[in-house]
Design a protein around this ligand. Structure first.
Ligand SMILES: *Cc1c(COP(=O)(O)O)cnc(C)c1O
Length: 420
């Protein structure tokens, strides 16, 4: 077998890859772009382009209002039901609606209000900023204390400190399953158990794990979850998010943004709100059908691949990138800002470098490699097992080496742009 730093090694890994054929199911131009940002915006599935053309030309163009009964009204629960398989949940526990931030607000607020007499909401400082802002708002509105437990190193979740903080005064524990900077991934089962042990509710944000790390919501007995469909699920820019409410809680909790789509008889247009039975009460208003329908082909691809296979390839690919880092990039001043233990990783690897921003610019503008960047100096390499090859990873690392050894980054400005 070749050594890890040989190109042939990458080629042989690709040849053995059982998911290799999925790459051609995505739209790619022939520019040779190496796309390593699937954790921010996934690639466009071929089938989604076909679906959207039909949706615009026939369903909207010709069927008009009849489209609602012919397919559109069914989309939120049909796609949610498929998404449930990625999350390790039951089909009638997941709906597509709104954005992750809005769903988080809806579920966190009702969760806290349902927990009389408990004074604390617990999260960590690795959580996504929008989540922290929403939780701050929920804490203010409900007169609770938001406890932000600090990570010991900025990379790993504070497991011991969380275990100490989650007590019988805790109403809600809200965490990202996979955290957006380091990619650290919590063990959903053991953390949920900490909350359940004291009667607190557990809410997972799975935005950065869904479609890359198999969810275990049912196995963990988790109460609530939310997450994006535009990252590893490849649903398209700004595609609606999902919400999950454990079956036995659906009738106990209330939707604080109680709109007509969650009304018991929505087409009676009554003057008083009465919640629909089951999960549908967590809907609010009319969904964006163009964006919603675009999610389904990406979910179908993940289901066809199988989440166990996706996870296995993701683990191999992140480990391969870490091995190349150790051989080639560590000596050039790159630090690993992701867990060294593969089992604690999601599907992206963050590398720090004092010249991270300018190296990122050189990768994009000179090398045709597209990762993303997070403050202060982290380059994130999102690896989407359905369309990223081992050769993608190898080539990106070779370019990183060249950029640093030949100081190619020096000609780029230190000024930041808006979307990185
Ligand atoms: C990407 C991401 C979001 C984004 O939320 P939006 O409402 O879609 O902007 C939220 N939380 C986490 C953990 C994320 O990774």
């Amino acid at each position: 077998m070749e050594s890890v730093t040989e190109r042939l090694y990458a080629v042989s890994l690709d040849e053995q890859d059982v998911l290799g054929a999925f790459r051609s199911r995505f739209v790619a131009d022939d520019s040779g772009l190496i796309y390593l940002d699937g954790n921010s915006l996934g690639r466009l599935p071929q089938q989604t382009a076909v679906r959207l053309q039909r949706l615009v030309a026939q369903e909207w163009g010709e069927r008009l209002i009849r489209g609602w009964n012919e397919d559109w009204l069914a989309l939120q629960s049909r796609i949610g039901g498929k998404m449930a398989q990625l999350l390790g949940a039951q089909a009638d526990e997941v709906l597509m609606a709104d954005s992750t931030s809005v769903n988080l607000y809806k579920l966190a607020l009702t969760a806290v209000l349902s927990q009389n007499g408990r004074s604390k909401i617990i999260t960590d400082d690795l959580n996504f900023p929008s989540d922290l802002y929403i939780l701050q708002s929920v804490a203010q509105l409900t007169n609770r204390e938001l406890v932000i437990v600090p990570s010991p190193d900025g990379i790993h979740g504070p497991m011991a400190a969380l275990a100490a903080a989650i007590d019988d005064q805790t109403a809600l524990v809200a965490l990202s399953h996979t955290v957006f900077k380091s990619g650290f991934t919590y063990d959903m089962v053991s953390v949920t158990a900490l909350a359940r042990r004291v009667g607190a509710l557990m809410l997972w944000d799975m935005s950065h794990s869904v479609g890359a790390v198999p969810g275990q919501l049912t196995e963990a007995g988790a109460h609530l979850a939310v997450g994006c469909s535009y990252k590893y699920v490849n649903g398209g820019p700004g595609a609606p998010a999902f919400l999950y409410v454990r079956r036995d809680l659906q009738e106990q909790l209330h939707n604080p943004v109680s709109g007509w789509m969650g009304q018991r008889d929505m087409f009676e247009f009554g003057l008083t709100y009465a919640p629909a039975p089951g999960l549908r009460r967590f809907l609010t208003g009319t969904p964006p059908i163009l964006s919603l329908a675009a999610i389904e082909p990406g979910v179908d691809l993940l289901l066809a691949a199988g989440m166990a296979q996706v996870r296995q390839k993701s683990l191999r690919q992140t480990s391969y990138l870490v091995d190349l880092w150790a051989e080639w990039l560590r000596p050039l001043g790159f630090t690993l800002y992701s867990p060294p233990d593969a089992a604690q990783r999601g599907s992206h690897i963050s590398l720090g470098h004092v010249e991270g921003w300018r190296i990122d610019r050189a990768l994009i503008e000179q090398m045709n490699v597209l990762p993303d960047f997070r403050q202060p100096n982290l380059i994130r390499f999102g690896i989407a097992p359905l369309y990223n090859s081992y050769l993608d990873i190898y080539t990106a690392v070779c370019h990183l080496r060249t950029i640093v050894t030949e100081r190619l980054y020096e000609k780029y400005s230190r000024d930041m742009t808006a979307v990185t």
